[in-house]
Design a protein around this ligand. Structure first.
Ligand code: FAD
Length: 688
């Protein structure tokens, strides 16, 4: 109790000096409860001060900075001078320890970085002898056009694994995009001698390409060198374009523009071929598209970025007339799909967030962004709620959305289009532009057209048709596959089942029209359809219901006509797969895994008769995981019937999805740095 004495004495002294302080204690504020405080709790000094304040003396409050807690009761005490010194010392010690730890960490990190960096520089040892096949240096000449045939590669003997792969089947992949990279990431590298042929020596992460057109992201953050990916499977890369595939000779005719203006041409032989050459922009037969910009490659994005900045610079010149300034600052986007919408949104962000920081403010008022859309809504493949949200968001942002409008011609300085009004009357209108982006869907590229034209069984004029195992229809079975934007899966259920019924009728020795199916037989056929055409499964959930509905004569069986009608209806409901990265990726994964299984089957010397693809792997089934789009500091999500729209939170979610999907740790690090740089310094507005 010795500690009580100084308090009582102090209080007595205070009471004598300032009686009013003690005559009427300030009651209304309740005393803090200290019972549950641990003696070392950081709240104790605060509570002590509060207790002293409540007692009415700031002098006491200043003095009572320590609490003594004994046996669960709390007593305010006047701090002994040495105890505050001790606390100060303790704080100083903690501060010193923290600073010390920080400095040590930074030193270790910097030191570690320099040590690591130093290990990455290499001196060339004495040049080692490299084994090279004569065929790699002087290829044999042959084939229909008597061209060099690339049977051995310069780097075939660079490693033991490379030498081993020479005895493996030659797998050639055309393309270095989503489909091709997914094959490479899912194949067992030791099963094949792998070659990738593509004019583009990198993989491009297309979903974020619109962000690169205005400098939100840098070009290099969206690409991964294809050689890095190919090296992981000990494969080879040829920077060239495939022009023709000769299925009977198993040769691909390849060309590469020669630096001196000519062309290099040669053949690449294959045992298995995967065509993943993507698509090109659809012109819809509109004239004047040479004046437009496209957005499919890094080079396209670079051209757009330069043009946006150049237009802004020209608009600043005193010699530019007002009409010319308005034209230069008019940005027209033809196509209201995800690419067009995302570009318009990114452009709007640039004009809003960065333009006024470095350009004359008047430019912001003169800038206009227009989206010309042939349908009634933008983002019309998304849920209605999403397209309405996007449209309202654009309206709020003063982005002019022109719906039911079709571009008929693009002139050097203006877009001519027709637009239907509410009464259905068509008006012809014009929009001057400084930059016109053409983004209205996809079409076949040249090599795809050639493949389709060379195979009689190909009926679709817009893409290479494959069966559900992704094998090109009409090409030698089990040798050539097509995936991604360049292909479409033929899901002709009717044709397949009618063929089945015909063979059944022949076996049962009766005309096919007389064949009828009991419910059990129909159920078996439905199971067969689901297995062969997984995409039809969605429409065959209620086989009993379908049986009753299509048994129109109530005979208790499905006759030939009734069955044909049922299957035709299912065919109609099955839509073709979307031309998206998601689809190309899933198909690439599928082919990678299937090729691995096929190689395993061959290694086990499996003697199989019939359809080996069908035996080793199930048919391809597409799983739609949802769609998302960026609409200007906001994002929209369409997740299989569940839609989600929103502002910055949705935008961060959108970024996180693509951040996670990005192809490598390197690109993720670069993406992160770009977002950080934009936040700190704004977008890059240089014309480099
Ligand atoms: P690609 O990825 O286009 O790859 C084709 C490859 O083939 C390229 O490397 C090309 O150089 C090469 N090639 C071309 N011709 C030849 C030839 N003759 N010989 C050899 N190689 C050749 N999809 C989504 O799911 N989500 C999105 O958010 C999304 N956003 C997009 C944004 C933009 C701006 C664009 C352009 C597309 C977007 N897509 C998106 C669509 C998606 O990019 C494509 O569906 C996807 O790239 C298709 O993959 P692919 O492998 O078939 O073709």
């Amino acid at each position: 109790m010795a500690a009580r004495t100084p308090i009582s004495r102090s209080l007595r002294l205070l009471s004598a000096a300032r009686p009013q302080l003690f005559s009427r204690p300030p009651a209304p504020r309740p005393l803090p409860t200290f019972r549950n405080f641990h003696p070392k709790s950081p709240l104790v000094p605060t509570a002590s001060r509060r207790l002293a304040e409540v007692r009415g003396s700031t002098a006491v409050a200043d003095a009572c900075s320590t609490l003594l807690v004994r046996g669960g009761t709390t007593v305010a005490g006047i701090a002994a001078p040495q105890s505050s010194k001790r606390r100060f010392m303790r704080l100083a010690y903690i501060l010193f320890a923290c600073v010390g730890a920080g400095v040590t960490t930074v030193t270790v990190l910097i030191g570690g970085f320099f040590i690591y960096d130093a290990t990455t520089y290499k001196e060339l040892d004495d040049a080692e002898d490299i084994e090279l096949s004569e065929l790699a240096l002087h290829p044999r000449v042959g084939g229909p056009k008597n061209l060099p045939i690339l049977e051995r590669y310069l780097d075939d003997e660079d490693s033991e694994i490379g030498k081993l792969s020479l005895t493996k089947p030659h797998l050639v992949i055309l393309g270095s995009g989503w489909g091709a990279v997914a094959v490479l990431k899912n194949i067992n590298p030791s099963d094949y001698h792998i070659t990738v042929i593509s004019p583009q020596n990198h993989f491009l992460f297309t979903p974020m390409l619109p962000s690169a057109t205005v400098g939100t992201l840098e070009f290099r953050s969206l690409v991964e060198p294809i050689r890095r990916i190919v090296a992981k499977v000990h494969g080879h890369y040829l920077e060239a374009s495939a022009e023709k595939v000769m299925f009977s000779e198993r040769l691909i005719e390849v060309f590469q523009p020669n630096p001196s203006g000519g062309e290099l041409r040669f053949y690449v032989p294959y045992d298995k071929l995967v065509v993943a050459v993507g698509s090109q922009s659809n012109t819809h037969g509109v004239e004047g598209l040479e004046h437009c910009n496209f957005l499919k490659t890094i080079e396209d994005a670079r051209k757009i970025r330069r043009k946006v900045v150049r237009n802004l610079e020209l608009a600043c010149l005193p010699s530019t007339t007002e009409a010319e300034r308005n034209r230069l600052l008019s940005f027209v986007v033809c196509g209201g799909g995800p690419t067009g919408v995302e570009f318009a949104a990114e452009l709007y962000d640039l004009l809003n967030e960065d333009l006024t920081m470095v350009y004359p403010k008047v430019l912001r008022n003169l800038v206009s962004v227009h989206v010309v859309q042939s349908q009634g809504h933008i983002l019309n493949t998304y849920d209605e709620k999403i397209s309405t949200y996007a449209q309202e968001r654009f309206k709020k942002d003063s982005i002019d959305v022109l719906t039911n409008a079709r571009v008929s011609e693009v002139l050097e300085d203006r877009v001519v289009f027709t637009q239907k009004d509410e009464e259905g009357v068509i008006h012809t209108k014009e929009l001057p532009y400084g930059l016109c982006l053409w983004s209205t869907g996809v079409a076949q590229c040249e090599v795809t057209k050639d493949i389709v034209a060379s195979l009689e069984s190909q009926k679709n004029r817009r893409a290479i048709e494959t069966d559900t195992h992704l094998r090109i229809i009409g090409a030698p079975l089990g040798e050539v596959y097509a995936i991604g934007d360049c292909s479409t899966v033929r899901t002709n259920v009717t044709e397949h089942i009618v063929e089945f019924l015909r063979s059944y009728a022949i076996k049962s020795n009766k005309p096919v029209e007389d064949c009828s199916l009991t419910f059990q037989q129909w159920r078996d056929i439905a199971m067969n359809i689901k297995r062969r055409f997984p995409q039809a499964g969605e429409h065959l959930k209620r086989v009993d219901y379908l049986f009753t509905e299509y048994d129109t004569n109530k005979s208790g069986t499905l006759d030939f006509d009734e069955l044909t009608r049922l299957l035709q209806d299912i065919d109609r409901k099955m839509t073709s797969l979307p031309a998206t990265a998601q689809r190309a990726h899933q198909q690439g994964q599928y082919i990678g895994r299937k090729l691995t299984n096929l190689a395993r089957a061959e290694t086990l010397a499996m003697t199989v008769s019939g359809d080996i693809d069908d035996l080793v792997y199930r048919p391809f089934e597409y799983h739609h995981l949802g769609s998302l789009a960026y609409v200007g500091n906001a994002a929209v999500f369409d997740l299989n019937g569940y839609s989600f729209v929103g502002g910055l939170v949705a935008m961060y979610l959108w970024r996180s999805v693509y951040f996670a999907q990005s192809v490598s740790f390197r690109t993720r690090a670069l993406l992160f740095m770009d977002w950080l740089t934009r936040g700190m310094f704004g977008r890059d507005m240089t014309q480099i």
